[in-house]
Design a binder for this molecule. Structure first.
Ligand SMILES: [Fe+2]
Ligand SMILES: [Zn+2]
Length: 405
């Protein structure tokens, strides 16, 4: 292999050397060995790139679609032992490689630097509720004293900064309220379009509009009884991410909304009963729901941790939808019920519960992977609207909006 450094028309060839380059450059020198290319950076440090990684990351139009970020290159087209026949720093201070089949790859130096291997980058790849800088876990007192300001519907649908703040509220606390929301379903649809672009359709439909007087679905939520704290869609392999709820009318009493920070509950359990915490983070629990011609079944841990950094990634907790526990070994049954009781008791502690009455015009938005919701029993006719947005679409929109590549 030859190592070249190209400045305009002048070409040097120095095998396995570390040529110095222009003073305003990002790359200060390069060298290579039998399986990789080493790049020393002008501002200190160096990175090592494996040859097969470099070939796989060719960003030419043939190998990569820069618009969709989709790769065309097929790993079966080259041997794992592929070696460049030429490596050079090009005029733009990027890296240029010629491959044995004379395919040429040009890497932008900034791009290479950004994508050099740093293991601490792993957790940042996946955005999660509660992982932003200003996030905090909350119980009743904490959230009541730091309750995020209500957002304004008219601004949410028109103003980028208001939308940005709304996203951050949902990410930081798992909830937001939007005041001045019209009671027509199109208002919910507009908000969903701003938050993810698409409404997540389920067996409940796209946008639901229902009252307890018309039992459209067999679900417990369509009754007028007390609904204990839970997350929705535990019987989906990918539970619904964001839920919106709007009480557009209630002639009667009761019907208060309940919210509990599931991450707070999980953290409390970690501190008070480590054995139960370990059980709920490591064992898959099955959930199911049978309605509308679908027998939905899925499983997952009640407390899911991010595999990269161990932070909370998802709470899947719905006692109503828990399937028969015939998959647990007899020896695990008592451990499971102890853990379930402990977790449920923390969710049921009034010190950890936020109760409030939703009124027409106030749209509640919840991060369903974090925050449990419920409601008290009520009398009279209660009209609700709502919809879901998938977590992928929610974070997809947020990344695009904040230019997070
Ligand atoms: Fe629910
Ligand atoms: Zn290519």
């Amino acid at each position: 292999m030859r190592l070249r450094q190209v400045f305009g028309s002048s070409v040097q060839t120095r095998p396995n050397a570390s040529p110095s380059v222009a003073s305003n450059s990002v790359i200060s020198s390069i060298s290579s060995d039998y399986e990789s290319v080493h790049v020393s950076w002008k501002d200190g440090g160096s990175s090592k790139f494996h040859n097969v990684w470099l070939r796989d990351h060719c960003r030419c139009g043939e190998c990569y679609n820069a618009t969709t970020h989709q790769k065309e290159f097929n790993i079966l087209d080259v041997p794992l032992s592929i070696k460049p026949i030429d490596v050079a720093v090009n005029t733009e201070n990027g890296l240029s490689i010629t491959w044995p089949d004379h395919h040429k790859t040009h890497y932008d130096a900034e791009w290479l630097k950004k994508h050099s291997h740093v293991e601490s980058k792993l957790p940042a790849v996946t955005r999660r509720l509660g992982k932003e800088q200003n996030s905090f876990l909350w119980d009743k007192n904490t959230i009541e004293s730091k309750f995020p300001r209500p957002f304004e519907f008219a601004k949410v649908v028109s103003d980028q900064e208001e939308l940005n703040a709304l996203f951050r509220s949902i990410i930081n606390y798992g909830l937001a309220v939007v005041g001045g929301t019209p009671t027509s379903v199109s208002a919910i649809e507009k908000t969903a379009a701003r938050l993810g672009g698409f409404v997540k359709e389920t067996h409940y439909g796209k946008i639901w509009e229902f009252s307890n007087e018309v039992m459209e679905h067999a679900d417990t939520a369509y009754t007028s009884g007390y609904l204990r704290g839970h997350t929705d869609g535990t019987y989906f392999s990918h539970p619904v991410g964001i839920q919106m709820l709007h009480c557009v009318g209630h002639e009667g009493t009761g019907g208060l909304n309940l919210l509990v920070d599931g991450f707070f509950v999980a953290e409390k359990l970690r501190q008070t009963d480590r054995e139960s915490f370990d059980f709920l983070t490591s064992r898959n629990i099955r959930f199911e729901y049978n309605s509308e011609g679908l027998l939905l079944k899925a499983h997952g841990p009640i407390i899911e941790l991010d595999p990269f950094d161990g932070t909370f990634s998802q709470i899947r907790f719905n006692n109503y939808d828990m399937a028969a526990l015939d998959y647990l070994k007899y020896e695990d049954v008592a451990r499971f019920y102890k853990a379930l009781r402990e977790f449920t008791a923390i969710t049921a502690d009034p010190n950890n519960q936020l109760w409030f009455k939703l009124t027409p015009g106030t749209l509640l938005i919840m991060g369903n992977w974090r925050v449990l919701h419920g409601r008290s029993g009520f009398t009279g006719k209660r009209m609700m609207q709502g919809c879901y947005v998938s977590m992928d679409d929610f974070f997809g929109k947020y990344r695009a909006m904040t230019f997070d590549s």
